[in-house]
Design a protein around this ligand. Structure first.
Ligand SMILES: Cc1cc2nc3c(=O)[nH]c(=O)nc-3n(C[C@H](O)[C@H](O)[C@H](O)COP(=O)(O)OP(=O)(O)OC[C@H]3O[C@@H](n4cnc5c(N)ncnc54)[C@H](O)[C@@H]3O)c2cc1C
Length: 228
């Protein structure tokens, strides 16, 4: 993938932080690529500094196309102890292992995004519910309508942060190993890509469920299994 600015459509603003320096050909400025990477996942890694130490926390996220939301307990130091401080969030999808003739040329096919900025604590209840809806729907579309929504007490116990998508970078690698036309091609070794796929499994009902509670259609659809 080459760094490209689409003829039409939105582009990512390059900043000093997001400008690709190494492996620039894997970088993309296409905003649609960012949206697609974020839409394809629901787990991110949130990099924060707490008490002078860098932490990278895996956590779920949701996005409405302009903002990334992540949440946790109001007691979570990763979320609440550094108000106004910059964070870096990454989302990564691994698509395959690139097996070259030489170990040096081994790599990974992937799609990844990094988002920088100072997240804003969401305090307004209505906006908080909208952000939590976004988070819930990101992983299980239809679940916000189906499940019981947070009550006042649960809402108060939840910290929700909103991070603008204004400063973000994207990198994508696709394709074969890069030593197919070099001297190592003469070694006669197998080389290629071992694709990696992530798939939903068959839903496993909670043993506490009675037989009268059917699998809801939106979960069946997500899992790709027939609704009961
Ligand atoms: C699953 C996976 C495995 C990887 N394994 C390796 C590895 O073993 N060795 C290795 O050298 N590289 C690896 N990479 C690529 C790595 O993420 C970096 O892109 C690369 O190492 C260049 O880093 P840098 O700090 O020198 O980049 P620079 O070009 O200095 O980075 C400048 C800016 O570009 C952006 N950027 C850089 N990398 C990414 C990215 N991956 N996604 C989105 N934005 C990005 C950031 O905003 C960053 O601040 C891997 C990537 C993925 C997704």
């Amino acid at each position: 993938m080459t760094t490209s600015i689409p003829a039409t459509g939105r582009t990512l603003n390059e900043t000093d932080r997001t400008r690709h320096r190494r492996l620039r050909e894997q970088g993309s400025l296409d905003r649609a690529e960012l949206d697609a990477i974020l839409a394809a996942g629901f787990v991110c890694h949130l990099g924060v500094t707490v008490d002078g130490t860098v932490r990278v926390i895996p956590t779920v996220y949701g996005t409405d196309g302009t903002t990334l939301y992540f949440h946790g307990s109001v007691a979570s130091r990763s979320l609440v102890s550094s108000p106004g401080a910059d964070v870096c969030v990454t989302v990564t999808h691994v698509d395959g292992l690139v097996l070259a003739r030489s170990v040096f040329e081994h790599g990974v096919n992937y799609r990844s995004a990094m988002v920088y900025g100072a997240p804003r604590p969401v305090t307004d209840d209505e906006e908080k519910l909208a952000g939590l809806r976004c988070l819930t729907e990101q992983s299980a579309p239809g679940q916000w309508e189906y499940a019981r929504r947070p009550n006042r007490k649960e809402l108060a116990a939840t910290a929700l942060l909103a991070l603008s998508l204004d400063e973000a970078s994207v990198k994508i690698r696709t394709g074969a190993p890069e030593d197919g036309d070099g001297p190592d091609a003469e070694l006669g070794l197998w080389a290629g890509v071992l694709p990696l796929r992530t798939a939903w499994g068959t839903p496993e009902p909670d043993p506490a469920l009675g037989t009268e509670t059917p699998l809801p259609p939106h979960i069946a659809a997500r899992a790709g299994t027939p609704a009961s």
